[in-house]
Write a protein that binds this ligand. Structure first.
Ligand code: IPE
Ligand code: IPE
Ligand code: MG
Length: 255
């Protein structure tokens, strides 16, 4: 399927204000509302996804310039395959196109790229474009952009349990020695910090199988803004709200 160029290629680079003390190191986003954005304009849902890519571009650049250490974006869930084939096929082509078109921006901003999620089931061309981009950005030292593609939180936990069970059976791990750190090392996010802030757009108040293990103490920030309308200002507002929160991790208020 041929896709026309993604609109909004020109990034509106907002001035990068230094991060305040107590800002989130790792922000994860459930990018929702592409379909509704399109439907409200009488457009096909796929047009919302195309516009959503422009938001990814804006927000990635802004987060990198503000000094966020990691941005994790929920691009496609395992459950999204329940959608009509026309839509999922389009999403695959869009991902492939994004991986290719984004290289200049990723290199310019020094962004590293990682993918979490199941590779099986993704088209070879999409994976090839993704792998090339990851390899190209491997030497960068700036923000880490983690793309959750064909990702499911429960799936990831089951995979970790299986790999630990195999290691125990083979005698390479002592079941009594398995603790939270060991478990986390068997997740696809091994080596990454947990998200401090989880943003969801389009007003839905649920986590939709995203990073179930990793968000145990993430602060939630939900906006009614639809993902194609989400911009640098929304990201700044979320960061500001986060800074004003008190994270207690089960303890008591500090004052
Ligand atoms: C999010 O937008 C993008 C993906 C899940 C791929 P949606 O496509 O879920 O948009 P709504 O929720 O139908 O508006
Ligand atoms: C979550 O959005 C998945 C992504 C953003 C990729 P959905 O639109 O799939 O979530 P539900 O179905 O409303 O829970
Ligand atoms: Mg949705």
């Amino acid at each position: 399927m041929a896709t026309t160029p993604v609109p909004g290629t020109r990034v509106t680079a907002a001035a990068a204000v230094p991060l305040p003390a107590g800002a989130p190191r790792h922000i994860a986003i459930i990018m929702d509302g592409n379909g509704r954005w399109a439907q409200r304009r009488g457009l096909p849902r796929i047009e919302g996804h195309r516009r959503g890519v422009a938001s990814v571009r804006r927000v990635t650049e802004h987060a990198a310039r503000r000094g966020i250490e990691q941005l994790t974006l929920y691009c496609l869930s395992r459950e999204n395959w329940r959608r009509p084939a026309l839509e999922t096929t389009f999403l695959m082509h869009l991902l492939e196109q994004y991986m290719t078109e984004e290289r200049a921006l990723l290199m310019r901003e020094g962004i590293r790229v990682a993918m979490i999620g199941r590779r099986e089931g993704l088209p070879a061309a999409t994976l090839a474009a993704l792998d090339r981009t990851v390899a190209m950005c491997a030497g960068n030292t700036g923000m880490r952009l983690c793309l959750a593609i064909n990702y499911g939180g429960r799936d990831e936990i089951v995979d970790a349990a299986r790999s630990l069970a195999l290691a125990a059976r083979d005698g390479t791990i002592d079941p009594a020695a398995i603790d939270e750190e060991t478990f986390a090392r068997h997740l696809s996010t091994a080596g990454m910090s947990d998200p401090d802030l989880l943003i969801r757009t389009a007003g839905e108040q649920r986590v939709s199988n995203f990073l179930l293990w990793q968000i145990s103490y993430a602060e939630l920030w939900i906006t009614d803004a639809l993902w194609p309308d989400f911009d640098a200002g929304h990201l700044d507002a979320a960061i500001e709200a986060f800074v004003g929160r008190e994270r207690r991790f089960g303890g008591l208020a500090s004052s």
